[in-house]
Structures are given as structure tokens and as C-alpha cells.
Design a protein around this ligand. Structure first.
Ligand SMILES: O=c1ccn([C@@H]2O[C@H](COP(=O)(O)O)[C@@H](O)[C@H]2O)c(=O)[nH]1
Length: 236
């Protein structure tokens, strides 16, 4: 299977990690037609932001709902059914077999794509061991990628550091979505497994999630434009 043909501009996903709907709408207005893909996660969803999914899709944007679901199978499947009605493109679940199986059942008949979060990009080997895992990050990401593929998951969230090895396992049938992106010189914050936009694209990522380097910039639109230019150059 050939690599996905996604326009460089559409590969950037901007998380609306902001305190409320008014702030999120103001950020979308500032970014204008520069950004085509947004992510809604905990902060905005729990502040009344889920109705923005249909508003943004109605305005021609794509929306990634990053709720990282993980519960008993029935609850996950029914939750996914509800999210599928909002008009989102992507929804995340944690990459546990029961959870992934239930999510695939819940999205049946809809256009929603399920992304499995392999290992959070704020974790390193020490964090995994502290949480009781014996595997290191690279091995756990690969094991979860294999399981996700077998279970019919549509895509994976991993760090760009694992993108090349995961691509070898899953080929081009699954979308690889990579947070942990930092333009050269940007503040790393709480991310531990990071790469620049250009290196992430070269490693095989389909979509790059870039939040604070854009939403925290003095000129968010200029920051987004610069990242999209770096993506386009890396693809050329
Ligand atoms: O492993 C993961 C999964 C999700 N995220 C989310 O991506 C953005 C990253 O934001 P930055 O400001 O660019 O760090 C954020 O919404 C996370 O919840 C992740 O970082 N890592």
C-alpha cells in the first residue's frame, strides 16, 4: 500500500487546549484558513467544548476528539457510538485489547476513525517501570501497534521517535499521529519523546499534533505557517 496522500497543510493538527469555548473560538479565528485540523481534549471538552466538534466540522474543519477512552467494553463501545454522532474524524482510546475491540465495535457503520494511544509522549522508560511495566517504551509501543492492527484499529498515536519502527510493522494502512513535536529551540514542557516537525515527517508520521508552540506563541498564525512550511519542505 502507498503512503497516504495528505496535503502538507492538512497534516498539522492544532489542539485547542484552552480554558473555554470563547478562547477556543478566538484561537480558531486567529488561525483562520491556515489550520484545517483541530483537536479537542480534556481541558476544552470538560469546559463545554464538545458542541464545537459539529460547529468546526460544519465550517469545513476536521476534528480529532482526544478523550483517550478506557473503561469496560460496553461503556467504551457506547461512548464511541455517541462520539461518532458528533462528526469527528478521529477519536482516541488507550491501546488495551478490550478497549480497542470495543471501540471498533462502537464505530461500526460510521466514518469515525479510532486511534489507539500506544505510550504517552510524556513517558520514558523510567515512567513506565514506575507504573509497573517491565517493557521499555520502544517494545511496548511495538507490541501495542501489532495488537491494534490485528483488532482493526484505524491509526496509532505514538511519539515521532517510534514512527519509523511502527511504520515497518503496520505499513501504510494505519494513520500515524504524532504529538511530542517541538520546532527547534521551542520549550519542551512536559514532553519527553520529541522531534522537530521535519524529522517527524522524515520518520514517517502522517499527522503532527503541535499545541503550545502554536497556541502559546505571540503570533499563533505565523507559528502554524512556519510549521506547515517545514512539513512541506520535508515532504518535497
Ligand atoms: O501521547 C500523547 C497523546 C496525546 N497528546 C496530546 O497532544 C497535545 C500535545 O500538546 P503540546 O502542547 O504540543 O505538548 C496535547 O493536547 C496532549 O494531550 C500528547 O501530548 N501525547
Amino acid at each position: 500500500m502507498q503512503p497516504a496522500k495528505i496535503a502538507p497543510r492538512d497534516r498539522l493538527i492544532v489542539p485547542l487546549d484552552l480554558p473555554g469555548v470563547a478562547e477556543a473560538e478566538a484561537m480558531v479565528a486567529r488561525l483562520g484558513d491556515s489550520v484545517t485540523f483541530y483537536k479537542i481534549g480534556y481541558q476544552l471538552a470538560y469546559a463545554g467544548g464538545l458542541p464545537l466538534v459539529s460547529r468546526l466540522s460544519g465550517a469545513g474543519k476536521k476534528v480529532f476528539v482526544d478523550l483517550k477512552l478506557h473503561d469496560i467494553g460496553n461503556t467504551v463501545a457506547r461512548g464511541v457510538e455517541s462520539v461518532a454522532k458528533l462528526g469527528a474524524t478521529f477519536l482516541t482510546v488507550h491501546a488495551y485489547p478490550q478497549t480497542m475491540k470495543a471501540a471498533v465495535e462502537g464505530r461500526a457503520g460510521s466514518s469515525l476513525k479510532i486511534l489507539a494511544v500506544t505510550v504517552l509522549t510524556s513517558y520514558d522508560d523510567g515512567d513506565l517501570h514506575a507504573a509497573g511495566y517491565r517493557l521499555n517504551v520502544a517494545d511496548l509501543v511495538e507490541a501495542r501497534a501489532q495488537q491494534a492492527q490485528v483488532l482493526g484499529i484505524d491509526g496509532l498515536v505514538c511519539s515521532p521517535e517510534e514512527a519509523a519502527s511502527v511504520r515497518k510493522i503496520v505499513g501504510h494502512q494505519m494513520n500515524l499521529v504524532t504529538p511530542g513535536i517541538r520546532p527547534a529551540g521551542a520549550d519542551v514542557g512536559d514532553q519527553k519523546r520529541i522531534m522537530t516537525p521535519a524529522r517527524a515527517i522524515a520518520a514517517g508520521a502522517d499527522y503532527l499534533v503541535v499545541g503550545r508552540p502554536i497556541t502559546g506563541a505571540a503570533d499563533p498564525r505565523a507559528a502554524a505557517d512556519a510549521i506547515q512550511a517545514e512539513i512541506a519542505q520535508a515532504l518535497a
